[in-house]
Design a protein around this ligand. Sequence first.
Ligand code: NAD
Length: 500
Amino acid sequence: MTTQTIIPLAWAKDWLTQPKNQYINGEWVKGENLNWDLKNPANGESLCQIPLASSQQVEATAVIANQHHEAGTWSKVSRTERANLLRAIATLIRNNVEKLALLETLPNGKLFSESMTDDIPTCADIFDYYAGWTDKYYGETSPVDKGFLNYTLKEPIGVCALIAPWNFPLYQASLKIAPALAMGNIVIIKPSEYTPLTTVFLMELIDEALNIPAGVINMLLTDGASANQLTLSHNVHKVSFTGSTDIGRRIVQNSGQSNLKSTTLELGGKSPCIFFEDAPDLDGAIDRAFTVMFSHKGEKCSEPTRFIIHSNIYDYVLDKLITKAEAIKCGNPLSADVDQGPQCNEVQFNKIMEYIKIGKSEARLVTGGYADTEGENAKGYFIRPTIFADVAPDARIAQEEIFGPVLSCIRFDTTEEAISIANGTEYGLAAGLYTANVSRAHKVAEQLDSGMLFINRYGCYGLAAPFGGFKQSGWGKEMAIHSLSSYTKTKGVWVYYGDA
Ligand code: NAD
């Protein structure tokens, strides 16, 4: 954060008092269900009331969206025009970065500095990135027999329901909206009920400033009970979901029970990071893995929640981790001198505290293990960075996703043992390893059953690289060209032009 950054608190206070409505077919419409009381997790205070969409409103939105799909409201817009509008969205985000960063932090609890320098600017980059793809992703001609021509068309899938979680709200929404629009689809975005504010504000900016045809981007503010209809509806052709594995499973069932809509799933994780005894720059490796694990208060799907450490360096690594964890200051995420904000909501806070209780009965607690209720933190959902040592690979805290600042440290002696521990969960989102031995790095990388592999730097991300997991961490990939193929269907066209 630059020292000049002014947090627009007075603006937000006023904005939060204005009605928070659904955006359907280019109109702002009041939700038909009861008000959702959106809370600030740093102090438990109410931020605003949001009337949620009913499942009837959800279905009605899907019907309208499908009418726009069939009419070609967006797919007939030229690729150049689509690109221009995506770039214009990127500019709107850049011009409102402070306001968006504040609206991201208030209901989520992530540090304002993280929202300001990382999350929100990346959203603008995503729209620019996919603007560039609108005329670069297309079909091919196939090498078929003489006298025939076969070519493929990349067509929009139709109505895409985009369901986002609360941990990176606008980032996850952007990662779905931008490629879906770039490929000519109609969009229904459903942010998490815990963190809808940035999506609402972005829709307001788009509605006021841009000439996107009505009905191309729709936004539903609702909970899982009503959003379930999106996954059951015959008027929805694609669901792109980021969230928990349990809900992902349900979405697949709903798709099977309805119209077999295509699904992309980015789900939970329990990612390992293996520290071999020859890890180059061991202190740097510990710093990096610790930062990825504990930043955003441990509410990141691909963070390394299991450190698998060689016996010869185990005590050294553990000592360093404890020192770093104990230096973390929990507090108001708007303060510049705070390292960790509150967990996003009460449900999540209680879930983490329950796992800490389980961990105390299964392993050796070496630091943290309690809620931080010091001073102004008393009414917030703050949890001290918590580290368990000597965790058995099959312990619940080593198997189940906690999604908070709780790290399990596991000791190993042989490479085979490290690989077996790393692969020994139902998840396969990401994995990391630190070693100076190039041959070992490649051999182990080959054997880790994980959608993303980080060698000698845990947590590398880029829009041009695929993101997504194996096993019960998900189906399909997001980012790069992979998002484009997930928002298109391929039509094969045959032409017979006669024998030569
Ligand atoms: P969640 O599954 O509770 O909710 C995710 C979204 O789904 C929310 O918008 C919610 O309202 C909606 N939802 C809930 N029930 C639904 C239903 N029946 N039908 C349709 N929509 C429904 O997840 P969360 O608590 O918001 O997020 C945390 C989870 O997300 C963690 O498990 C985390 O690992 C995962 N996650 C994964 C990735 C990834 O890329 N793999 C990224 C971020 C978060």
